[in-house]
Design a protein around this ligand. Structure first.
Ligand code: HSE
Length: 309
């Protein structure tokens, strides 16, 4: 029976970026997972990708996980073997829950393990963030927990918090509309310049949000999740946005915001209110004739996990 050169399985969490004011720098990992199995076989660099659970994910050289995998091999001057990649997709595609970041992180982590783990997670973060263009989804997808990540000189600076105590009574309720919104489209509507008032509004809230989460001042999240840099421009792409945010807060969420570039919305809620918050957001979307579903997710505290050698 022939054996592969390597066989690696990687499970990568979904992520929710921005959390309101932390545009391109704050994110959390969530307990919804994509799982990749990557096998290398002797032979030339042929590629076979199979996807279970999603439509529209490229199964050729355009696949992001493959490109990220190949990049790590290139950095180490190692030729690619024949690759078989299998994806169990659970994270909605172009939904605002970090599906492309999960693919990139799956690719770099699998390649690193296939090569015997020559790179640290911080080094993998630099590669993954370069692919994605911003670090706020790839950081939580790699590390888990709550992450603050931004570009320093030529590398990503990231601090992540994974303490279970931090999130003990904080549950993520996401409302996922049944339509896709590509990040490029949601970034294209943003203005090139913003006023100082709006910049000050956001820096104050981003700082307050980090402090509120770390000190468990959840009562501050409603204000701290406010944003003027992206949500005001993106809401025209998401019918029902404002009423669903308001509905989440009326139903007992501490705060709510657009998840990444949308169209999913994220509410952070006490455990006792999660069902009501999910139902309220879905009902508000329905009133705006947008079919949606809700999911109650915990914060993932482990990030990308790998099995195999
Ligand atoms: N920070 C990014 C954005 C996340 O809002 O465009 C989406 O990938």
């Amino acid at each position: 029976m022939p054996k592969p050169l390597f066989s690696v399985r990687v499970r990568v969490p979904a992520s929710s970026a921005n959390l309101g004011p932390g545009f391109d720098c704050l994110g959390i990992a969530l307990t919804l997972y994509d799982e990749w199995r990557v096998e290398g076989w002797p032979g030339d660099a042929s590629l076979r990708i199979a996807v279970d659970g999603a439509d529209g994910i490229p199964t050729d050289g355009r696949n992001l996980a493959y490109q990220a995998f190949r990049k790590v091999f290139q950095i180490h001057n190692r030729p690619l073997p024949a690759l078989r990649m299998d994806l169990k997709s659970r994270i909605p595609v172009a939904g605002g829950l970090g599906s492309s970041s999960a693919a990139i992180v799956g690719g770099v982590v699998a390649a690193n393990r296939a090569l015997g783990d020559p790179m640290t997670r911080d080094q993998l973060l630099d590669i993954a963030a370069e692919f994605e263009g911003h670090p706020d989804n790839v950081a939580p997808a790699l590390f888990g927990g709550f992450c603050a990540a931004t570009y320093g000189e030529g590398k990503v600076h990231c601090v992540s918090w994974q303490s279970p105590a931090l999130f003990r009574d904080l549950v993520a309720v996401v409302a996922i509309p049944y339509f896709e919104l590509k990040t490029e489209k949601a970034r294209a509507v943003l203005p090139k310049n913003v006023s100082r008032l709006d910049a000050v509004f956001n820096t104050g809230r981003a700082a307050l949000l980090v402090a509120a989460l770390l000190s468990k001042r959840y009562d501050l999240l409603g204000d701290a999740m406010g944003d003027r840099l992206h949500e005001p421009y993106r809401q025209k792409l998401i019918p029902g946005f404002s009423s669903a945010i308001a509905a989440a807060e009326s139903a007992g969420a501490y705060g709510a915001a657009l998840s990444g570039a949308g169209p999913t919305l994220l509410a952070l809620a006490p455990r006792s209110k999660t069902t009501a918050v999910g139902e309220a957001m879905v009902a508000a979307f329905r009133d705006a004739t947008v079919p949606a579903r809700s999911e109650i997710l915990e914060l993932d505290l482990r990030g990308a996990r790998v099995k195999g050698s």
